[in-house]
Every structure is written in structure tokens, then in C-alpha cells.
Design a protein around this ligand. Sequence first.
Ligand code: ZN
Length: 212
Amino acid sequence: MTVKHVLNDQLAMGYAAGVLPEAFDVVVAAHLSLSDEARAMVSSYEAVGACLMEDCECFDMKPDAFASTLNRIKQSDIVVEKPKAKNVLPEPIQKYFGGDVDKVKWKSLGGGVKQAILPTDSKAQARLLYIPAGQSVPDHGHRGLELTLVLQGSFADEVDHFGRGDLEIANEELDHQPVAGMEADCICLAATDAPLRFNGLIPRILQPFFKI
Ligand code: ZN
């Protein structure tokens, strides 16, 4: 599957090295299942890591370091989606809900927008978001990193238009108001490592209740 917006080098490296917080790890794993290009980026970092360990004798490494790196490449927890898969949720996300989107227990955020938080460790938080076609989410900024992966439908914001498999990487510099496309209700997986900064009063008041 060809997607327009793929992960960056830092994320590819972090994923290959296995150092991302769980919430970001699942977003990247799901993104990799949908993008050949993203998968190629991660594989090249895994290969570079293995070569460095093989060639370099200057580090005092554990005897099994190379073997365990190779192992990580081989097991490569990267699950590639089958070409005609009908699932909305890629496999790495399904693990958290015991199945596809019909198993998800949504909680309303108002205006038809719903969320379901993934039970990951607490270093960062991942949630599925359901945004009805044509609906917008409140205008907000970010206090840290936000990764948003589109799983169904699409959304558009100040940056671009994002469809299934696309990953938007937002940080402190971006303020945006994503609006779901008209063609279908939008489902995406979003992960953040710090609370969002809402510009409107009502979302600010509701924020603690929704844990966003
Ligand atoms: Zn955002």
C-alpha cells in the first residue's frame, strides 16, 4: 500500500532500537503494516544496527548482543497487512481490543466524536478516535509529540490531507484543527506524550475528564 505521509528517521530508528514508549510503538507498528516505504526505512535501520555491532570491536558489548539484534530483525514483529484485508484495525492495534473495530468500547467526547484509550504503559498515551464525516475536533496545540495514524476515512488540517495509512507527526510548533473528510467517518489512532493545549474554553474545561 502506498501512503503519502510516512514516519521520520528518529521514529524509524527508535522503533528499530526498541526504545519507543509502548503508545508510540503501537502507532509505528500499525503504520508499518500499511506502508512499504515505512517498513523499508525501519529495516534499513535494523540492518545498520546489526552491521555496526558486527564490525566494531571497540565497544565492550555483551557476547550475545549481535545475536539478539539479529533475532530482533528475524522475528521482526512487523506484521504486513494482506492486500485484501477488510479489517479497519491493523493487527498490532487489534491485540488491545481483542478484535477489530466492532470490539471497541467507545466513550463519547461529545458532538459524535468518540474515543477508546489503549491500556499501554504510562510513558505516553494512545487512543482510538472516531470522528463523524465532516466533523472537526477542537483546535489545539501540543506540549510534546503527537502521532496520528489514519485507519478509516481521512482528515485534513493546516498541514495537508491524510488518508488510511498516513501518519501525521505533530510537535510544539504545530497548532491545528483536524476535520474529517466527507467520504466516511474517520477512525484514527493518536498517541501523545504530553497533554494537548486546547485553544477553546469548553475543550479546556472538559480536558481533565477526557484525559486528553
Ligand atoms: Zn494534534
